[in-house]
Design a protein around this ligand. Sequence first.
Ligand code: TRP
Length: 444
Amino acid sequence: MTTRDSFSGRFGIIAAAAGSAIGLGNIWRFPYVCGQNGGGAFLLVYLICIVLMGLPIMLSEFSIGRKAQSNAYRAFKILSPKSPWYLIGVMGIIAAFTIMSFYSAVGGWTIEYIVRSATNSMSDNPAAQFEGFISGSYKPLAYQLAFLALSFGIVMMGVRKGIESSSKILMPLLLILLIILCIRSVTLPGAVEGLKFLLKPDFSKLTGNSVLLAMGQAFFSLSLGMGCMITYGSYIKREEDLTSSAGMIAGADVFIALLAGIAVFPAAASLGIEPDSGPGLAFITLPGMFQQMAGGMIFSSFFFILLCIAALTSSISLIEVVVSFCVEEMRIRRGYATALVAGCIFLLGILCSLSLGIVPGLNLFGMSFFDLMDFSSSNILLPLGGLFIAIYVGWVLKKLITVKELTNDGSLKFVGLRIFYFLIKYIVPVAIMVVFISGLLRST
Ligand code: TRP
């Protein structure tokens, strides 16, 4: 057995897990899904899901991972031998492929926008430019491939060197830049409408389906429900405090999503872009705003570089789940495993990219292949994974094991322990099932 790599010190794991959580989900996906589902009311449900479901599930995943000291699949085999719970790990691997197929496409868009900003070739009509780009044939694929190559390069170098160092300095920089963008956005003429849209809940817009999408966004944004945080939990040292780490990660994640919303919606209102314009929302609105800023192209270059890095730290966490499975369970060499996984993801990713443009016939269940991968991972696979993890920790795993992890063998006090158990045993499973059923019934 080789010894497992572990993150160095407290800031290391928080930075890495926050690096996984903070990514395109916050800056690209949150505004677009929120915009399509009515704004303020969606935001509120999303926040409730983060607190009532996201935090307990993140704590559960960390506990499982740190106790078992292994990848998600093996963790269940170690903790509950001869039972089918390891299937959660299998589901997670499927989810990782599904997510990476479209995530890498959007990651590719960020690279395209870095190049555009740096070469000063943004057009005056950002919407047309975006459409033109994603419906191209080879260009989106080339950028997607570049994004995958970067991700896999980092994964190949191993956990500590790759993930930790890229998260520590650059995520705070992204935060600062986002704050600047928010200030510019809210001071544009007509911005108030956008702020109102985001912050004033209109409950008449809330349907079973939009609640499902808010829950899915909470899972997606916190990287939950597919074993990612189990794998990362296994790298957390014994003496770290899991509860306060989870709180900080979730707090940072929500804060970045909120800032993204404040950067996007007021600017969209000012520029006359509809909030429900779909996956292109941030990629149309923000470039539109950069053009109205002094030194806009410089801001734009920096912003898309940082966004791309945020996307990379997330995508490597997804890839790491699959690669650690191949290496530790199937005994495939890290290099081969990485190349194999990259190839498979790219094949699926090609379908995602092309379904947005030149192969519009790539439709299944009334959605483009891209939307189908996006919808089925966030709104089906991840909540399902979360449901099983909650049932596992609430009802199957010995309470003593979880309590020992959460309190570091009793040396820490966790005042919320009873609340945690109440949530994970009853509220989380029931809520997921109710939202699931009402949401899926509405959307079909
Ligand atoms: N949370 C990341 C984002 O917001 C995406 C991500 C990384 C993810 N790892 C994950 C989503 C695991 C679900 C599960 O961009």
